[in-house]
Design a protein around this ligand. Structure first.
Ligand SMILES: Cc1cc2nc3c(=O)[nH]c(=O)nc-3n(C[C@H](O)[C@H](O)[C@H](O)COP(=O)(O)OP(=O)(O)OC[C@H]3O[C@@H](n4cnc5c(N)ncnc54)[C@H](O)[C@@H]3O)c2cc1C
Length: 535
């Protein structure tokens, strides 16, 4: 069991917090990081692992919302573009510009010329932050991306947005880790069973350690409901009324072997008229997504979803043989929680329903609900929640504290210098997709210095432990100490993306995985292994 988690679960019941954040997806994680850095005493709980619900199912894109140009939501596009630019500036090695190669089909609802003009407008609205758009003639596409089936296309356009180099789960984890570094008491696998207010107006949350089945009480002055798709359910449970609520759109992605060697996102309009992506994911390709209105947050991939995605991809790419279900390495499925107001018109045009977030405050109850949102806009969510909490009377002694972003360039250069002196990149496995120096800095920032120390002390620490997964022995040892890993799925699916890029059968047989389990779980290693692989 993670020592860090055990200590934090105990501390949850020991004091009165300024703020309890319920939910450790992106919205909860940024709220906790911002509040803790600015001086609030913060606790955060999630009934599963951090990011284990919606936030691990995204397309991994930080995008300015080009599609909202069609509904003339220029204000929203401007805001999202600014958020994207700010993320890219703050996380130069994690959130990076990527080219979108958008193919236009003859007879589509908008002509190619309009599409091209749209991308130039997008570029302008985004302050020319990225590379300029480029018209793609059919012959250019045929030369640069021969995989694209051009039979019904009259060309296309290339423009830029950004993507998360690692996975969304890791991105969220880094905010949780940051919150912990600023003194937040965060614990995964702790569920809120319900909350009420005592005679002094303090929030009293009844919670349960899901792992041990033990109940506890957490006291706080302010309660932040960051339960994502479960915000309404949680509010209903405690009688908290809000002007907004959620409707849900299910989105499915399938992961298959790499389809094209180029590091760019191929974009098509699927049969239902929606944008459809072919996104690089390490050594694989992620394809999707769907957009289906559903009533429940608990969604599953259906045969119809699989057929829709595979049909659309096979129709638009020239593959040696069509992709079938046997080619799917992993699936991702989640619901987008979309914020709507009381007004009926908010839900009528499903396709155009925008992805704005809303932070709703009940000042009398000192209660905050976060509706909707995107990974792209997460820094704004953190800042907004902190402002609301401050307005509720919680003193933030360090209102200007910077709570996000990679360490400064001098710190990176110092790391690179030390790594060069010990010839770190020469230890890179021939199967790795990038030099170790680049990868370790991106994933761990300043913590990567500790990894260098470990490798210097014992060169075995620099060996790849799980073949094909690029993970070094020292990374797993560090994860065991710092990353609050309770189940094998936490490590394979969220702290890393191993489970998304390696087939389950291959992973199960990987010799290093047993040793990784021993490092992560000690005596419980075989139990955790069996829990993940089912016996
Ligand atoms: C298919 C898809 C693609 C997307 N693509 C993108 C993209 O490319 N770019 C982008 O910016 N955005 C994207 N999004 C949107 C983005 O992923 C979501 O808006 C965001 O992850 C929502 O985060 P959240 O924190 O609100 O919810 P969640 O991540 O669901 O977090 C809520 C947490 O609350 C916890 N919880 C619930 N009830 C309780 C309780 N009683 N006690 C304790 N904990 C509780 C849950 O376990 C969960 O972890 C996409 C979404 C989907 C579904």
């Amino acid at each position: 069991m993670s020592i860090l988690r055990t200590a934090n679960v105990r501390r949850l019941g020991e004091s009165v917090f300024d703020v309890l954040v319920v939910g450790g997806g992106i919205n909860g994680a940024v709220s906790a990081a911002c509040l803790a850095a600015r001086g609030a005493r913060v606790a955060l709980i999630d009934r599963g692992d951090f990011a284990s619900f919606t936030s691990q199912q995204s397309s991994n894109l930080a995008w300015g919302g080009i599609k909202y140009l069609e509904s003339f939501e220029l204000g929203l596009v401007r805001k999202l573009c600014r958020s994207r630019n700010h993320l890219v500036r703050s996380y130069p090695s994690t959130v990076q510009e990527i080219r979108f190669y958008s193919v236009h089909e003859r007879g589509f609802r908008r002509g190619l010329l309009l599409l091209v003009l749209g991308t130039w407008l997008y570029w302008l609205i985004g302050n020319f932050f990225t590379k300029a758009p480029r018209l793609l003639r059919r012959k250019t596409i045929a030369r640069e991306e021969p995989i694209v089936d051009l039979r019904s296309s009259d060309g296309g356009v290339e423009y830029s947005d950004a993507y998360l180099h690692d996975n969304d789960g890791r991105f969220v984890w880094n905010f949780i880790r940051r919150a912990l570094d600023y003194g937040c008491v965060a614990a995964n696998y702790v569920e809120s069973l319900g909350c009420g207010r005592d005679g002094d107006g303090q929030w009293v949350t009844r919670a349960r350690d899901v792992v041990l089945g033990v109940e506890m009480t957490i006291r706080s002055r302010v309660l932040v409901n960051a339960c994502g798709p479960f915000v309404d359910e949680m509010n209903a449970k405690i009688g908290q009324k809000t002007q907004h609520h959620h409707v849900f759109s299910k989105g499915v992605h399938l992961i298959v072997d790499r389809l094209t060697k180029n590091r760019r996102v191929l974009t098509f309009f699927a049969d239902d008229g929606r944008l459809f992506f072919v996104i690089p994911m390490g050594p694989r390709t992620c394809i999707g997504t769907t957009d289906t209105r559903v009533e429940s947050p608990l969604s599953q991939v259906t045969d119809e979803d699989r057929r829709f995605i595979l049909h659309n991809i096979n129709k638009r790419l020239r593959l040696p043989s069509p992709l079938g279900e046997a080619d799917v390495i992993a699936e991702r499925c989640g619901v987008r929680p979309l914020a709507v107001g009381d007004s009926k018109k908010d839900t009528t045009d499903w396709m155009q329903l925008s992805r704005k977030h809303v932070v709703e405050v009940d000042a009398r109850a000192r209660h905050v609900s976060i509706f909707g949102g995107k990974l792209t806009d997460c820094l704004n969510v953190g800042n907004e929640v902190a402002s609301c909490v401050r307005a509720l009377g919680v003193a933030l002694a360090y209102p200007e504290a910077r709570w996000y972003g990679e360490p400064p360039e001098e710190a990176r250069l110092e790391f690179v210098h030390k790594a060069t002196l010990m010839r770190l990149d020469e230890m890179t496995s021939p199967r790795s997709s990038e030099p170790l120096t680049t990868r370790l800095w991106r994933r761990y920032g300043a913590e990567a210095l500790g990894l260098l120390e470990d490798i210097r002390a014992d060169s075995r620490m620099g060996e790849v432990l799980i073949e094909g997964a690029e993970y070094l022995r020292c990374e797993i040892a560090q994860a065991a100490r710092r990353e609050m890993i309770v189940k094998l799925d936490d490590f394979l699916r969220r702290r890393s993306k191993i489970a998304l890029v390696i087939r389950t059968g291959e992973l199960r047989a990987a010799p290093g995985l047993h040793e990784a389990c021993r490092l992560l779980f000690g005596d419980a290693a075989e139990e955790r292994f069996a829990e993940y692989f089912g016996g």
